[in-house]
Design a protein around this ligand. Structure first.
Ligand SMILES: *Cc1c(COP(=O)(O)O)cnc(C)c1O
Length: 445
């Protein structure tokens, strides 16, 4: 699908792609480091990210939305390694978090609390407590019930809680069903029709400070129309609330901006920015967006070694040492990520199709990355590289089948370092050392 010549000349204008390139002999380089060299040092499989590409992406997006004064909070769940977060935090990027664990990561990465937004449909009392104590910028609240708990915790801690209500605008994001979040029957947000009464009631509570509204309609959105629809609905709501006499200072426009690949073009940043300006630009609100995938998706690859090649129904199957526990998106969302060979593709036998199926070693039929064309003859020992996996890749990894938790490497120019060591079975066994038995009569004894 992608050979040396197309790789080197595609996306010339796209900064985020300049980091993965082919050097001598067609071997893949992450910035200036050969991937096979990292494989020799770290072993496979491993994720590899480009610090330069992350910084470039942040700078490009920031420049695109600067005219509307939009600030950017990275959705930590997309790529939660603290070294990645720190790279963004140093550029001034804020963080959008969905758990206390992510708050700890954002803070550990050096994000000032006043740049942290706490989203999520099921915050626990302890998480709310922690967020208020830390002094986060805002909590995006998703139900009346949650609002009551936040108010109770605010009373206890004597910290007034800055609240945005997450609106469900009933918009179809036109993306994969599992990453659509704003249709009427979605579990996310508060139905748009219920907002005015709830906002009014909440505004009367001294322990809450109602600062605004939030939306997040889904992920990997390439057709920008749903953004226009959602933000227009939000603007209407702001006018209505203001007519009712309430203040709406801030709007959180959510994440969801999709990324293109060599098959499908990515969204046009200028158009995205123009839609922001046209829909909510004149309200005088402080605006922010929460991109995850767009910032980190194209800044990471997963490198894996081919263990065996076998045949099934006439098609070669490459069994690789990465699996669905390392990269879950193909099994979970039927996602397809481009696969690159490290070096030029070897010719296939005359008369054979240039098709290879790539599977992992896990005992599940869904541990299958799919069929790929154009990889040539794949042999055991080859390095295969999944592209565009810097979002929802390592962050979703697990140790299923008692496999080691995948390693993560960060490249910056001429240097690279391991930013998450491979967690081994020894680490796993350590966590499973049994504690003392609790007895029914004496639960703490
Ligand atoms: C997941 C999520 C995001 C990020 O979505 P992307 O598609 O990665 O940009 C932003 N905000 C909220 C509330 C989310 O749940």
């Amino acid at each position: 699908m992608t050979d040396a010549s197309t790789l080197s000349h595609m996306n010339i204008k796209d900064m985020s792609r300049r980091w993965l390139k082919r050097g001598e002999g067609g071997r893949l380089h992450a910035e200036n480091i050969p991937l096979h060299h990292i494989a020799d040092v770290v072993g496979t499989p491993f994720y590899c990210y480009s610090a330069g590409a992350l910084r470039d992406n942040y700078a490009r997006l920031k420049a695109a939305v600067a005219a509307s004064g939009v600030s950017i909070c990275f959705a930590v769940k997309a790529c939660s390694n603290i070294n990645i977060l720190a790279e963004l935090a140093r550029q001034g990027c804020g963080m959008d978090i969905v758990s206390g664990g992510e708050m700890a990561r954002a803070l550990a990465a050096g994000t000032p609390p006043e740049r942290i937004i706490f989203s999520g449909v099921g915050k626990t009392r302890a998480e709310i407590h922690g967020a208020l104590e830390a002094g986060v910028y805002q909590l995006n609240v998703e139900s009346q019930a949650e609002l009551d708990i936040v108010a109770a915790v605010a009373r206890e801690t004597q910290i007034r809680a800055p609240i945005a209500l997450r609106v469900n605008p009933d918009v179809d994001a036109l993306t994969h069903a599992k990453i659509t979040t704003a249709k009427k029957d979605s579990k996310f947000g508060i139905a748009i029709g219920e907002i005015p009464a709830l906002y009014a009631a909440a505004s009367a509570r001294p322990e809450l400070r109602m600062v605004g509204l939030a939306v997040h309609i889904g992920s990997q959105i390439l057709d920008l129309t749903p953004f226009r629809d959602a933000w227009s609905a939000l603007a209407g709501l702001v006018r209505r609330l203001r007519d009712d006499g309430f203040s709406v200072e801030r709007l959180d426009l959510g994440g969801g901006l999709g990324i293109g690949d060599d098959i499908q073009a990515g969204p046009d940043l200028a158009e995205y920015a123009a839609i922001i300006a046209a829909t909510v630009g004149d309200l005088g609100c402080k605006l922010n967006i929460e991109p995850g995938r767009w910032l980190s998706g194209r800044t990471g690859v997963l490198a894996s070694e081919v263990l065996y090649v076998k045949q099934s129904a006439g098609t070669p199957i490459a069994v690789i040492d990465a699996a669905m526990n390392d990269l879950m998106r193909p099994a979970l969302y039927s996602a397809r990520h481009p696969v690159l060979t490290d070096g030029p593709a070897r010719a296939v036998e005359p008369g054979s199709d240039d098709v290879c199926r790539i599977v992992g070693p896990i005992c599940e039929s869904s541990d299958d990355f799919g069929k790929y064309e154009g990889l040539g003859t794949v042999l055991a020992g080859d390095l295969l590289v999944f592209d565009n996996v810097g979002a929802y890749g390592a962050a979703m990894s697990s140790t299923y089948n008692s496999r080691d938790l995948v390693a993560e490497v960060l490249v910056d120019g001429e240097r690279f370092r391991v930013v998450r060591r491979r967690a081994t079975i020894a680490d796993a066994l350590q966590l499973e050392q049994p504690e003392a038995w609790h007895s029914k009569k004496n639960p703490v004894g």
